[in-house]
Ligand binder design. Structure first.
Ligand code: NAD
Length: 510
């Protein structure tokens, strides 16, 4: 879902966002800039450059040079940088969250959550000594041992979306760098300010010059990253259309690529579910962050008698407060851009035309004092079927589709026939129903009475099917394999009897 349609204007007075190349924050020489706009007020916060090809090349060259020494840096030295980094992030949490709310729109507590979920990955990166371990098999033949070492790849790159400008960059560069790689980050051009605060703190924590670099921009910079011969691996998080393009282009150029992409996340509610808690959880996960989470609940499938609960969903959703993210007690802030709001409103219109019942319409939301903001209030459709556009497209806004079915089997079949596989959940008090769901549902991240089952970094993010390309997920154990090359070493020292037996012309180890 590229929302790069905002006009690229030239608000000459605004502060400019810098590139980070070879340890220096530098002004881009580009002629192409874009305004970063507060979505609650339309105030221009800063201007971000669209880096030139030479600047991308310079960032990659700096990373390539830094890799020569960083790859041999002792584990303890790497780990200690991330110990310091986690402390700096904690100390600056409020300031980063305030910047994040201003540029992205989400509420202050949710912005702190965005930083915190990234901080957890930094804490995990500080544990790299226990994570990047090889294996050893003793005596695989007479006097022969085989062991593995997990070695860094070289220059890795990350391309991130607008919706988690703290968490998602932190999914990427801390683990890549902790493994001994160097990194080029391309943040979202819509809200790079909080990402840059985190980058500044990473440098303050001791990441050496050239180990972390940042270039800004849009499609041209992304394509340059995909094509660059000196980049070994690309991590992408964003929409399905762009992720598929990045995957195809970068793998064609010989890179290792992981892409986490779009979603349509369903939650099943069985009639035996704890009613109050389930509705609270689902209203929160549908409308929190104005629905701009890849793991937001966008479809609730009510089973049997639970179909009578629609009025309670509507009542709870109506009570949510829509306002600027920094205002106290706000539940939903604005969506990221005017273009995003237009797109969401068009999809709501299509939902009405397609025959879904509009139970709650958030299109007229205009909080007092923020009438120019990109606000959409909670919106609920019932009677949604699999053929409708409102169901088949990722809305990425505060719009909940409710469908009704008669049995758990029907609900599982409904979800499994949707192509996406990012997240899903079931609400029930029955262990047997929950276990059946866990076993039969074809979605990578499953919640049981948990609406947004994003795993902590002891595990990896494990979206599946159309929501993911590449085998290994971000952070956790899987990303160690993504950011390293396994080398197997088979070794013999010539003081064993077997090595004195003459020439061996066979494949067997003797
Ligand atoms: P997006 O795909 O528009 O942008 C992501 C990145 O790609 C940005 O850095 C952007 O500059 C770049 N980009 C945009 N258009 C491009 C193009 N034509 N060619 C090359 N690069 C391009 O995504 P977004 O709107 O920033 O983020 C929202 C999307 O991200 C949603 O679809 C959401 O589901 C998805 N998302 C997925 C996950 C996940 O883990 N699965 C997490 C967060 C967001």
């Amino acid at each position: 879902m590229s929302q790069s349609a905002n006009p690229k204007t030239q608000s000459a007075a605004a502060e400019t966002v810098k590139l980070l190349i070879g340890g220096k924050f530098v002004e881009s020489k580009t002629t192409e800039w874009r305004d970063i706009i507060n979505p609650a007020t339309q105030e221009v916060l800063a201007r971000v450059p669209f880096a030139t090809k030479d600047e991308v090349d310079a960032a990659v060259a700096a990373a390539k040079e830094a890799f020569k020494t960083w790859r041999f840096t002792p584990i303890g030295a790497r780990a200690r940088i991330f110990l310091k980094y986690q402390q700096l992030i904690r100390e600056n949490m409020k300031e980063i969250a305030a910047v994040l709310t201003a540029e992205q729109g989400k509420t202050l507590p949710d912005a702190e959550g965005d930083v915190f979920r990234g901080l957890e990955v930094v804490e995990h990166a500080a544990n790299i000594g226990n994570l990047q371990m090889g294996e050893l098999a003793n005596n695989v033949a007479n006097g022969v041992d085989t062991y593995t070492v997990l070695q860094p790849l070289g220059v890795c790159a990350g391309i991130t979306p607008f919706n988690f400008p703290a968490m998602i960059p932190l999914w990427m560069f801390p683990m890549a760098i902790a493994c001994g790689n160097t990194f080029v980050l391309k943040p979202s051009e819509q809200d790079p300010l909080s990402t840059m605060k985190l980058v500044e703190l990473a440098i303050e924590a001791g990441i050496p010059a050239g180990v972390l670099n940042v270039v800004h921009g849009g499609p041209e910079v992304v394509n340059a990253i995909c094509d660059h011969a000196d980049i070994k691996a690309v991590s992408f998080v964003g929409s399905t259309a762009v992720g598929t393009h990045v995957y195809n282009r970068a793998t064609l150029a010989g890179k290792r690529v992981q892409c986490m992409m779009g979603a349509k996340n369903h939650a099943i509610v069985l009639p035996d579910a704890a009613k109050e808690q389930s509705i609270n959880a689902l209203v929160g996960s549908s409308f929190g962050a104005a629905g701009q989470r890849c793991m937001a609940t966008s479809v609730v499938v009510l089973v049997g008698d639970a179909q009578k609960w629609i009025p309670e969903f509507v009542e709870k959703a109506k009570k949510l407060s829509v306002n600027a993210g920094h205002e106290p007690n706000t539940d939903l802030g604005p969506v990221i851009s005017c273009a995003a709001k237009d797109r969401i409103c068009t999809l709501i219109e299509q939902g009405v035309k397609g025959g879904a019942k509009l139970e709650l319409d958030g299109r007229a939301a205009a909080p007092k004092g923020y009438e120019k903001g990109n606000f959409v209030g909670p919106t609920i459709f019932s009677g949604v079927t699999a053929k409708m556009d409102i169901y088949n497209k990722e809305v990425f806004g505060p719009v909940l589709c409710i469908a009704g079915v008669e049995t758990l089997d029907d609900a599982i079949a409904f979800i499994n026939s949707n192509p996406n596989g990012n997240g899903t959940a079931i609400f029930t008090q029955s262990g047997a129903a929950a276990r059946k769901f866990q076993e039969e549902i074809d979605v990578g991240q499953v919640g049981i009475n948990v609406p947004i089952p994003v795993p902590v970094p002891l595990f990896s993010f494990s979206g599946s099917r159309a929501s993911k390309l590449g085998d290994l997920g971000p952070y956790g154990k899987q990303v160690i394999l993504f950011y390293t090359q396994t080398k197997t070493v088979t070794s013999r020292w010539f003081d064993d009897a077997a090595s004195t037996g003459g020439v061996n012309t066979t494949i067997s180890l003797k």
